[in-house]
Design a protein around this ligand. Structure first.
Ligand code: ATP
Ligand code: MG
Length: 161
């Protein structure tokens, strides 16, 4: 990967804090935004996604864990597409799902396990990597490639907090 336009690192001290971080990100999402989530099993990707969905105005009952489908569409302040690439073999299989037609479209896109098929990401996107940092602690590394993703990241996690 090339060097990101902007990156930020922070620690979340609890699942609730991760949820709140997601909520703030969800409030900032615009159509066309693409957010990729990377991290091991139990790293906190889905906790973050649930926060994002709430911040984007999606009702809690709509948010599933994408177990049976590859892409779940949610209706919020804007359409939100939640995908999980965990069980996909490769780009061709992803292509066949129609997911790629949603990228850069009318809604924002959130993708868990982006590292399984990195080519799923558009040229400009935000990537959030979560790492277990012990007990309830998780390190979040957010990296933006491109002007809009960098603007989104700066609004989400301002340098001077
Ligand atoms: N700071 C934290 N942020 C998020 N989750 C945390 C944190 N501390 C502990 N946890 C726990 O870690 C787990 C995270 O689960 P979650 O389903 O969000 O992970 P995931 O990355 O989506 O995993 P999977 O790839 O298996 O779906 C939960 O059990 C949650 O309670
Ligand atoms: Mg998950």
């Amino acid at each position: 990967m090339s060097t990101p336009t902007l990156s930020r690192t922070l620690l979340s001290g609890s699942p609730e804090e991760t949820h709140r971080l997601g909520l703030r990100l969800g409030q900032l999402l615009q159509p066309g935004d693409f957010v990729g989530l990377v991290g091991d099993l139990g790293a906190g990707k889905t906790h973050l996604v649930r926060g994002v969905a709430e911040g984007a105005g999606v009702s809690r009952s709509e948010v599933a864990s994408p177990t049976f489908a590859i892409v779940y569409p949610y209706r919020g302040r804007l359409p939100l597409y939640h995908a999980d690439l965990y069980r996909l073999a490769d780009y061709d299989e992803l292509y066949a799902t129609g997911f790629l037609d949603l990228v850069g479209g009318d809604g924002a896109v959130l993708v868990e396990w982006l590292d399984r098929i990195p080519e799923a990401a558009p040229r400009e996107f935000l990537r959030i990597t979560l790492r277990d940092a012990g007990e309830e602690s998780r390190e979040l590394v957010a990296e933006a490639w491109g002007a809009r993703p960098a603007e989104l990241l700066e609004a989400w996690l301002p340098a001077n907090r």
